[in-house]
Design a binder for this molecule. Structure first.
Ligand code: ATP
Ligand code: MN
Length: 540
């Protein structure tokens, strides 16, 4: 049992009602977990040394089955609705007891780790899994404590993940058989009926997003972050799933801080995680070398397949899901900083994947526009991370991460507003979606152009160029960016039918306005100055 305090571990397990299980394996090393996983047929090794596993029926998160227990801590603080769905305290207890009772014949893999690279703000997390590979995922994605910290580790939150346990919706108060339920009083997240590891990762993210804003004004963010190798300048990339956080933060000229979840304190930014969780669909060494090179021993591929008769992964094969993924610890990344922290960001990018082909590929935002777009959180959901999405659907997801933000969006927006004003941060809106027409007509903007636009912004090359104002959205579009054909910078020019562009732009603007109605009572004039201009005739 290495140097754990066995007595306190056992006391904690008894408190959780887990004294009857067959065995407990605590903080196994990656090699030990991989051996277990292969032995138990949970996965197979690929020819680069990665472990390849299947997540089962669920190959993405299931946001409609994510609940928060409504209790004394949460009832007046959570922004309840169909994103933060409330769950009854008694029902939680009943379901928890059932789940625990189902574990009598199980070996449990227990992992103690941190969420948060900043010692002042980190959360001590214990994850208890029935599958060895899930526990390896937690090794990859959380931050590994020093051995000394493990001897007396008292978790501040515990995740119990049992994919083999199903709820009975009629009795248990869930929508389906699968569920992920956060209980802030018990400090427990219970995941059942799904083997998608993202539920554990995003469960702890949601916990931090609830706790941190009230703690020393830490803004928690759904974003990637990196640091310039030369100047040491930090940059942050907000964006919903599939907009490019992981892809665009992997940049040979910059060191990676993290690829999905960060906090912003008075001193700077810090990663919540210890690893990356990258999409692998159509991955090539040439297009995404940083991700490619990280897929070695310790990495876990999810839902990928081999070329027949080999142990070589065929990344083009999406027959299980489009949301094939790999998790790996940051130590698999050559270009990563340790610890995963950086200074106050100089540049912030809002990534949106606009399937309507309306928004410019890069534009610079005023503070009002930044707040407006942050609260709006517009993108298209593309096939992938969420069950049931097969072609793009426009969505507004506040703070570019509403499914993980338990508090009212304005809480996060106010913190962001304060920070960008205090530190005079540049804010850019990047459309990584369609150009030359909407989805089906135009094409997705080339990754190399998006990379060139981001590099130009980071290197200050867009400080002294001319900008044109978008007629509907009021966004400042640079007239020239090195390495990018000038004609694509104004999206209207890329459409064969410019009248159709104008109609589409008006339509998108009216969607923004309609979505924002629920936030208007919280928004001041500055924020409202960031709204698109919509003719009354379009709204009617
Ligand atoms: P998640 O929150 O689910 O992890 P993410 O924001 O990290 O999502 P990525 O994993 O970076 O998103 O996914 C972006 C996908 O879009 C990648 O597969 C990438 O290759 C593809 N892509 C195509 N064109 C572009 C572009 N112009 N900019 C960014 N990504 C692009
Ligand atoms: Mn990502």
């Amino acid at each position: 049992m290495k140097n754990t305090n066995l007595k306190s571990l056992m006391e904690d397990m008894i408190e959780l009602g887990l004294e009857h299980v067959k065995g407990v394996l605590w903080n196994l090393t990656p090699a030990e977990l991989i051996t277990e996983a292969v032995k138990k047929d949970e996965g197979v090794l690929t020819d680069t040394g990665a472990l390849m596993c299947r997540t089962g029926k669920f190959t993405g998160r299931s946001p409609k089955d994510r609940y928060i227990v409504k209790d004394a801590i949460t009832k007046d603080k959570v922004w309840w609705g169909d994103i933060n769905i409330s769950f009854d305290e008694d029902k939680f207890d009943a379901l928890y007891n059932k789940m625990v009772a189902s574990l009598g014949d199980k070996i449990l893999y227990v992992r103690d780790a941190y969420a948060g690279a900043d010692p002042q703000h980190r959360l001590k997390v214990r994850v208890i899994d029935t599958q060895a590979w899930h526990n390896l995922f937690c090794y990859n994605m959380f931050i590994q404590p020093e051995n000394d910290d493990l001897t007396d580790f008292h978790p501040e939150f515990t995740v119990l993940a049992v994919p083999e346990f199903y709820a009975d919706p009629e009795v248990d108060g869930t929508r389906q058989k699968n569920f992920a339920i956060v209980n802030f009083t018990k400090k427990v997240i219970m995941v059942g009926g799904t083997g998608y590891t993202g539920e554990t990762k995003k469960g702890i993210f949601s916990v931090l997003n609830f706790l941190l804003p009230d703690k020393d004004h830490v803004l928690s963010m759904h974003c990637s972050a990196n640091i310039g190798k030369e100047r040491g300048d930090s940059a942050v990339f907000f964006g919903l799933s599939g907009t490019g956080k992981t892809t665009l933060s992997a940049d040979p000229n910059r060191l990676l801080i993290g690829d999905d979840e960060h906090g912003w304190t008075d001193e700077g930014i810090f990663n919540f995680e210890g690893g990356c969780y990258a999409k692998t669909i159509d991955l090539t060494q040439e297009k995404e070398p940083e991700i490619w090179d990280a897929i070695k021993f310790g990495a876990i591929l999810e839902n990928t397949k081999f070329y027949p008769g080999t142990n070589t992964v065929n990344y083009a094969d999406c027959s299980i899901t489009e949301n094939t993924r790999v998790s790996y610890p940051l130590k698999n990344v050559k270009n990563a900083v340790t610890p995963s922290v950086g200074g106050i960001p100089e540049n912030i990018f809002f990534l949106t994947c606009d399937a309507s082909g309306v928004l410019p590929p890069i534009s610079k935002l005023t503070v009002g526009q930044a707040m407006y777009h942050f609260i709006s959180g517009f993108t298209a959901k593309v096939a992938g991370t969420e069950a049931g999405i097969t072609e793009p659907v426009s969505v507004f997801s506040a703070c570019f991460g509403a499914p993980f933000m338990p508090l009212h969006p304005t809480k996060y927006a106010e913190l962001l507003g304060e920070k960008i004003k205090t530190h005079d941060v540049n804010i850019w809106l990047i459309n990584t979606g369609w150009s030359g027409g909407e989805y089906g007509v135009g094409q997705r903007i080339k990754l190399k152009y998006t990379r060139a636009m981001i590099s130009a912004a980071l290197e200050g090359k867009l400080d002294d160029v001319n900008y044109s104002q978008h007629p509907v959205f009021g966004l400042a579009m640079p007239d020239a960016v090195a390495g990018v054909p000038a004609e694509i910078l104004n999206p209207r020019n890329t459409w064969a039918d410019q009248a159709a562009y104008d109609r589409k732009a008006d339509k998108l603007a009216s969607q923004f306005v309609a979505n924002f109605v629920k936030f208007e009572e919280y928004a001041n004039d500055e924020i409202m100055s960031g709204a698109p201009v919509v003719e009354d005739s379009v709204l009617a």
